[in-house]
Design a protein. Structure first.
Lengths: 474, 119
């Protein structure tokens, strides 16, 4: 091999060459998007603990040739079809919404051996609309490189398991197993439970109504997504952005619409960081100065026994009501029980800190890895981003309206501003209630009162996710 | 593959609307149910607390009929009692000392009504 050949081989096999391949420009755009997200996370401190990880995952997955994440492999896993590890392609007929039949697989092999691109093959099957491809296969077989075809045929894999993914996948594929199996979001929920004091909600149970009302955006965005033509499972995953709860959104989307995990997770975390900007104008518009000035009475003191019984009671009742909430509610309440017992301080500390940090690392980078250019840069992503902000807005409106109702019913004792905290996003949404309340009355401290609806919103969004999972989970 | 999830399992407007309303209702039902349970739990706790309070003096009644000792007067310079919520005595003392130091006033000229941890 002479020097020129070696240099030429290096040039064609390098990642730089990938930018000049078909669709390679999309990778450049995704790398630019990753840099913007990194700026938002680092420079603007938008949910940095997760956004920095997600953004770096976006960056890594879109470097041509890096091979850290294989979109085709996960498609093959989800659709239970054969997989071509050479071209990272799931042998799935998208036009017919089924796995390739035997003749289609044969056609695919000879088409690849003849140098056809993914786009050409998909266009062909779209035109065929399920018709017999035998003649085209025979014609192509006669002209193709038959050794290459036999070689590729030997490398195709049947339906994949997690073990296959560990063998075939890159680092981020392996980390993504934790997302796909629903492990990371639940472990995050355990940490959230260990960090959350449900005392304000136990002291004022009526705040749960605001947590429930603030799920309005979930179902409004779901309805909007259905109107825009999204399938029910995808619409449900888009709607849950309105729950303002990252782990819940990731959990539900992984179960219902894994192909849309990247845009949904990014939208969810970006909007959570933008909560003050989204909520404050709505809070000022929907409440009067008199309502905003309301100073709430100190809630009763909650005993330690109540705090210990609470996670047990919630686990039993909510899981009995909607069994599909068991992983989320179970982990949330287990974490909270560790916190409140007083005899498991080490475990509580681990759940809140070490475990939470480790899982956040894996979750962020592996969710970011799903934003492969070919899939992320689409009109659907823009629709998801648009529906996400609508979901947040309507969740805020729902909580505020319930707050206003409770203001009337209580004879002006409840400040409706705490209703907007029902969107979850602990504790950011409660802080927004506090900030807006203090604008009208500098001596008003709404933070503790807003924590009630805030933590009720976490349970509310888990129930909403459980309902959607039961409805569309198959 | 992008179009896959767009075409499979689309809902018509009626089905989407019914699902949305039903889902919202289920969330309300779940949280209202939980609210009732917590209210009942709170009342049960309060009543058991009251029972314990009433039992305690009753149990103390047969004790020697010594004249009830008047409650100890506050120490010189102190300004009455302080209510502590989930705050240990040591931390409360530290907080009061820090506040006094920051304000540049002696501790006995300040009055703390309560200290509560904001979680």
């Amino acid at each position: 091999m002479n020097i020129l050949e070696t240099l030429s081989k290096l040039a064609t096999e390098s990642g730089f060459a990938g930018f000049f391949a078909a669709g390679g420009w999309k990778n450049l755009i995704m790398i630019a998007i990753a840099c913007v997200l990194l700026y938002l996370g680092i420079g603007k401190k938008f949910e940095p603990l997760l956004l920095v990880g997600i953004a770096f995952g976006v960056l890594l997955t879109n470097i041509p040739g890096a091979g850290l994440y294989h979109m085709g492999m996960w498609d093959a896993y989800v659709y239970e079809c054969a997989y071509d590890p050479v071209n990272d392609y799931a042998l799935y007929n998208t036009a017919q919404e089924r796995a390739y039949d035997e003749m289609e697989m044969n056609y695919y092999i000879v088409a690849r051996a003849s140098g056809h691109t993914t786009e050409q093959i998909e266009d062909y099957f779209e035109q065929q609309a399920g018709a017999d491809v035998t003649n085209d296969f025979l014609a192509l077989y006669a002209t193709c490189d038959q050794n290459a075809a036999n070689d590729l045929a030997g490398k195709l894999k049947g339906s994949l398991s997690f073990t296959d993914i560990i063998h075939l996948g890159g680092l981020l594929d392996i980390l993504y197993i934790g997302v796909k199996a629903g492990v990371y979001p639940c472990l995050i929920f355990m940490g959230v439970g260990a960090m959350t004091d449900f005392g304000p909600m136990i002291a004022r149970p009526s705040s749960m109504l605001m947590g429930a009302a603030a799920q309005l955006g979930v179902f409004f965005a779901f309805f909007g997504a259905c109107l825009l033509g999204f399938a029910g499972n995808v619409a449900a995953s888009i709607g849950i952005i309105g729950g303002a709860d990252g782990p819940t959104a990731i959990y539900l989307t992984t179960k219902l619409a894994p192909a849309f995990l990247g845009p949904i997770a990014i939208a969810a975390y970006s909007y959570m960081a933008l909560i003050p900007m989204i909520q404050k104008p709505l809070m000022r518009a929907l409440t009067t100065e008199k309502e905003r000035k309301v100073k709430m009475e100190q809630a009763r003191n909650v005993s330690k026994v109540e705090k210990i019984i609470f996670p047990i009671v919630v686990s039993v009742f909510v899981i009995l009501l909607i069994p599909s909430t068991a992983p989320l509610i179970g982990c949330l309440m287990f974490g909270n029980l560790l916190r409140e017992t007083g005899v498991t301080e080490r475990l509580s500390d681990t759940a809140q800190n070490a475990l939470m940090n480790i899982v956040t690392l894996f979750l962020g980078i592996s969710v970011g890895a799903t934003t492969v250019a070919a899939r992320f840069l689409s009109l659907q992503t823009l629709m998801i981003v648009g529906l996400g902000v609508i979901a947040f807005m309507f969740s805020t409106i729902g909580g505020l309206l319930m707050g206003k109702i409770m203001y009337k019913v209580s004879g002006g004792k409840i400040n409706p501003l705490i209703g907007s905290a029902g969107v979850s996003a602990v504790p950011m949404a409660a802080r927004v209630s506090q900030d807006v309340g203090r604008e009208s009355n500098p001596n008003n401290f709404l933070l503790m009162h807003a924590m009630g609806p805030n933590v009720a919103g976490v349970i509310g969004s888990a129930i909403a996710a459980g309902f959607l999972l039961a409805r569309f989970g198959g | 593959m992008n179009t896959l999830a767009l075409t499979a399992g689309r809902l018509n407007v009626g089905d989407a609307g019914v699902t949305a309303v039903l889902g919202y209702a289920v969330v309300f039902f779940g949280l209202v149910l939980l609210m009732c349970v917590i209210m009942i739990m709170g009342k049960a706790m309060a009543s058991s607390g009251k029972k314990a309070d009433t039992k305690a003096p009753a149990a103390a009644a047969p004790a020697p009929a010594a004249p009830a000792a008047p409650s100890a007067p506050p120490a010189p310079g102190s300004a009455g009692e302080i209510k502590l919520f989930d705050v240990p005595d040591k931390e409360a003392a530290m907080i009061m000392a820090i506040v006094a130091d920051q304000m540049g006033k002696p501790l006995n000229e300040l009055r703390f009504k309560s200290i509560k941890e904001v979680k």
